[in-house]
Design a protein around this ligand. Structure first.
Ligand code: GAP
Length: 457
């Protein structure tokens, strides 16, 4: 069940606390583009860092690259994006709303439009008296194809100057397959991982950062022998499910969605998504696709270069590919939605708390001086410096201690440390746990070890 109110609260919290802002607000805003604020950029970086550590650095069968956003334009002809990366667009002539024609029909008639030609969708709209959901009038253009790639112009002369902003990070990996096998000691099966921006001129972006025109992907192209694809597909899917748990997404809110054969992308022989229960409904979070040898074969054809693998003593062949793909922005959104909790406390008051895993939390520890005098701020700063080994930490001396706790509950700070008069006497501090709200007196000498063991190990 969609919970619009909950989503509004999350969006408002994100703006208020510097997690995510609508971008370009001083110019009246720019639709569907967002800025990760001081806290949001920490959450995003935490997610990217643990992904890279886990899937690239911690595995002997993986290497990473960081490719460009602008690739040779032939890339997108070879990959099929120029011909096939289209949505069905329709314009309302009355209010000028731009809509996904297939979605319009699907919502009005509760049928599936997958695979229908543009003219068939136009016919369904006309015959069923479907009206514009924005203005209620029925005055549409014909349905037409709209390519989702953003194009741009290069300052080149004498050559084709058209270039595209990449709509997926994957292709940069396929283009460097040969360089990677020539320059490293990888052995099949092996994977190449990459984190980076992708751009799609979505007709109907929305739901906050769920569907945006500029977003980040964390993708792996995992090169294999064809015979192993089924077994390795299962292994990768298990890895992806484990990742969801490890970033704090409850198992019961993550669902498998197997794409029907007739709905697979042009490159895929099998795709299974992980869907997540967002407040606006169950939607795609990640995907795992078996891309066969489609991409490398296409790039061989279009580039004239051999993109093969040869096992010792064997014939050269084009490896097959499994692709686990993870959206960064959807990871951030899912982690925030899963963590958002409203609690009624024993004294009748309420608190909002982001129960995020400490590895994702934007502020790892907050340090408070009880008073802004008598050496307490200096001591608190001194402690803060020592705790920077855990990541971003914050000094906070604004308002009553209770208010400071609430402020840090709202942004998911797992633990707060308070310096008071006793600290100056006996070198002890109070630590307060976000989830249980329990407070405990600990010796400063043991502070780093205690926090490490309880929160960050
Ligand atoms: N290389 C395969 C690929 O790009 P995809 O399912 O189109 O597959 C992969 O995209 C992931 O990228 C999605 O599962 C989602 O997490 C994220 N993603 C796709 N389009 C997005 C958009 N418009 N805004 C935010 N994230 C998006």
């Amino acid at each position: 069940m969609a919970d619009q109110k909950l989503m509004e609260k999350i969006v408002s919290l994100c703006k208020r606390r510097g997690i995510i802002f609508p971008s370009s607000e001083i110019y009246g805003g720019f639709a569907n583009s967002y800025t990760y604020g001081p806290l949001g950029s920490e959450i995003k970086k935490n997610i990217k860092d643990i992904w890279w550590q886990r899937f690239v650095r911690n595995r002997e069968d993986m290497v990473g690259i960081d490719g460009p956003i602008l690739l040779h334009p032939k890339t997108w002809e070879a990959s099929g994006h120029v011909a096939g990366f289209n949505d069905q667009l329709i314009d309302c002539k009355s209010c000028r709303a731009r809509l996904r024609a297939d979605h319009l029909v699907e919502e009005a008639l509760h049928i599936d439009c997958e695979g229908l030609e543009d003219k068939d969708v136009s016919k369904l709209i006309a015959e069923n008296d479907i009206k514009c959901p924005k203005c209620g009038i029925k005055d549409f253009t014909e349905v037409r194809k709209f390519n989702l790639m953003f194009s741009t112009e290069m300052a080149k002369t004498g050559e084709d100057s058209l270039a595209y902003l990449r709509p997926e990070t994957a292709q940069a990996i396929f283009l460097e397959y040969k360089n990677v096998i020539d320059s490293t000691r990888v052995k099949l099966p092996f994977g190449i991982g990459q984190i980076g921006k992708a751009f799609r001129n979505e007709i109907t972006p929305g739901n906050f950062i769920f569907r945006v025109i500029e977003f980040e992907q964390m993708e792996i192209e995992y090169f294999i022998h064809e015979k192993d694809w089924k077994e390795l597909f299962e292994k990768w899917f298990d890895e992806m499910k484990q990742w969801c748990t490890d970033i704090g997404l409850p198992v019961e809110n993550c669902h498998e969605y197997e794409h029907a054969e007739e709905k697979l992308s042009h490159y895929s022989k099998r795709t299974v998504d992980i869907e997540f229960d967002f407040p606006f409904g169950k939607k795609e979070l990640y995907g795992l696709a078996y891309r066969t040898d489609f991409d490398l074969s296409q790039h061989e054809k279009f580039s004239g270069q051999k993109l093969r693998w040869r096992d010792e003593g064997g014939e050269p062949f084009i490896p097959h590919v499994l692709e686990p793909t993870f959206g960064v922005d959807r990871s951030v959104l899912a982690a925030i939605c899963a963590a958002y909790t409203e609690e009624k406390l024993e004294d009748g008051s309420e608190r909002v708390v982001l129960k995020m895993k400490p590895i994702i939390a934007p502020v790892k520890v907050a340090v408070f001086p009880l008073m802004k005098k008598d050496g307490m701020p200096e001591k608190a700063h001194e402690i803060l410096k020592k705790l920077q080994i855990f990541g971003a930490v914050q000094y906070d001396d604004g308002g009553a201690i209770g208010k400071r706790y609430r402020r840090h509950d709202e942004i998911g700070t797992p633990v707060c440390v308070t310096v008071d008069y006793d600290t100056l006497e006996d070198d002890t501090v109070t630590i307060r746990d976000r989830d249980s709200m329990k407070q405990e007196r600990v010796n400063m000498k043991e502070l780093v070890n205690i926090l490490n063991e309880r929160y960050f190990e």
